[in-house]
Design a protein around this ligand. Structure first.
Ligand code: HAM
Length: 430
């Protein structure tokens, strides 16, 4: 045995308190907001066959090319830790026939995703997403509804002032026309592209538009945009999506350069950006993917969805000063003598069963040390019990917010309600 400490894996941080409670709060908000819009929760495995992501996210995408955690199991199967949720969702949909032709179904999911990117603020190798996916409707109203729902969810979490950026990359015909246009523009300028983009040009020229390198960005300034190649149907779909957003009165902006880094999108794509994130400013992103279910063997089922990055959402909440989490106020047990210490177990148990948050400080000896621990634990009330209280069958309860004190009967039937009333009381002098 060596005594070298083994550290956590780079980019895969532990989610410590209070961050974990904040994340749970976001997930509870998701359950409420999405539940009201007809969504059901679904839980998907973290491991899938690697081929799934190659096919859905795309062989030429950065995610598949550079970022996926691959592993081989004992049976020699090529698996991958999921870099995102949509591919697994569609796999599950097809496998369990979750949607019949002519039906619409809505699902949401939450959990960790894995991408081997260079960690920086707002970018981790294990991060968390809350995602929604709607299957079975090609209506432009759905696009507007779900983008607005994304904003409403973020608002319900406490963020305001976010901007929704929207674009259309068109259906397969328009994209083929655009690919042609873009190739015509990029081929003669190939020498100016970085090594990655040189490769992308052959695999999937659209991916060149995602490149963050300055040289490529400069070169792309005059490149044709997806809108230049949209056919009549795609144009009309896009116009109706925009009209829907106007009707809903949400804050949105057209973003003609937005294409997204995953291959499955068609027509509407969008991102929602927040303040205080630096380079990684997309809090949420998604769009329509009408061809993915069919390409996965599930028939003609159009779809629309998005995923919110929880770490980024928490950063935006922090920057906006909106990281409040109302924890239940605590009640501490302060044993004034040894006998009071041994009385504590059934009392704490009873208070917790009654729905209160009650703690004792077993690791502390003196009354002073227990009081300090109660303060450190953020207790609002402390129950003090010693010989006097035992003689009169009572407990002294001190409100640490204003120092006031009451003596209550130590009666398991009445104590929880009396303590709850004390917790509800405004402290004196506030
Ligand atoms: P995505 O744009 O790859 O889309 O990721 C969605 C969100 O996840 C991002 O906007 C960001 O907030 C967060 N995110 C992505 N990578 C990281 C990272 N390395 N560290 C921290 N946060 C990150 C998707 O994943 C699609 N599946 C969305 C979708 C659902 N489209 C249709 N349905």
């Amino acid at each position: 045995m060596t005594d070298t400490k083994i550290q956590g894996v780079k980019g895969m941080p532990d989610v410590l308190p209070p961050q974990a409670a904040r994340m749970r709060h976001l997930e509870e908000t998701a359950a409420r907001v999405f539940g009201r819009a007809g969504f059901a929760e679904l839980r998907l495995p973290l491991l899938e066959h690697e081929a799934l992501f190659r096919r859905s996210v795309g062989d030429a995408s950065d995610i598949v090319q550079k970022e996926m955690y691959r592993l081989e199991d004992l049976g020699g199967r090529a698996l991958a830790l999921r870099p995102e949720g949509t591919a697994g969702m569609v796999r599950s949909l097809v496998e369990h026939r979750l949607v019949q032709p002519g039906e619409e179904r809505r699902f949401w999911y939450a959990g960790p995703m894995f991408r081997q990117e260079r960690p920086q603020k707002g970018r981790q190798r294990q991060f968390h997403q809350i995602g929604v996916e709607v299957f079975g409707s090609a209506a432009p109203e759905l696009d507007a509804e779900i983008m607005a729902l994304n904003l409403r969810f973020l608002e319900a979490c406490g963020v305001a002032g976010l901007v929704l950026r929207v674009n259309s990359i068109g259906g397969p015909a328009s994209r083929a026309a655009y690919r042609h246009l873009l190739l015509g523009f990029l081929e003669p300028r190939r020498d100016g592209l970085c090594e990655d983009c040189d490769r992308r040009l052959d695999l999937n020229p659209l991916r060149v538009l995602d490149c963050k390198r300055e040289g490529c960005q400069d070169l792309l300034k005059d490149a044709p945009r997806p809108a230049d190649a949209l056919d009549e149907d795609d144009r009309s779909h896009d116009a109706r999506v925009r009209a829907g957003l106007e009707q809903l009165g949400v804050a949105w902006q057209p973003d003609p350069g937005l294409v997204r880094g995953l291959d499955y999108y068609s027509r509407t794509v969008f991102e929602i950006h927040g303040e205080g994130l630096g380079a990684q400013s997309a809090v949420s992103a998604g769009g329509r993917y009408d061809g993915l279910v069919a390409a996965s063997g599930g028939g003609d089922v159009p779809a629309f969805g998005f995923a919110v990055g929880l770490e980024r959402l928490l950063l935006v909440l922090e920057a906006g000063g909106a990281l409040r989490l109302d924890e239940a106020p605590r009640i501490g047990w302060i044993a004034l003598d040894d006998e009071a210490r041994s009385e504590a177990l059934p009392i704490l148990d009873g208070l917790r069963t009654a729905g209160l948050t009650a703690v004792a400080f077993w690791h502390k000896g003196s009354v002073k040390a227990q009081m300090r621990a109660a303060d450190g634990a953020g207790c609002r009330l402390v129950m003090l019990r010693g010989l006097d209280e035992r003689t009169s069958g009572s407990v002294a309860v001190r409100d640490l917010a204003d120092g006031s004190q009451q003596t209550l009967p130590l009666d398991p039937d009445t104590l929880p309600a009396r303590l709850a009333a004390m917790l509800r009381r405004e402290p004196a002098g506030t």
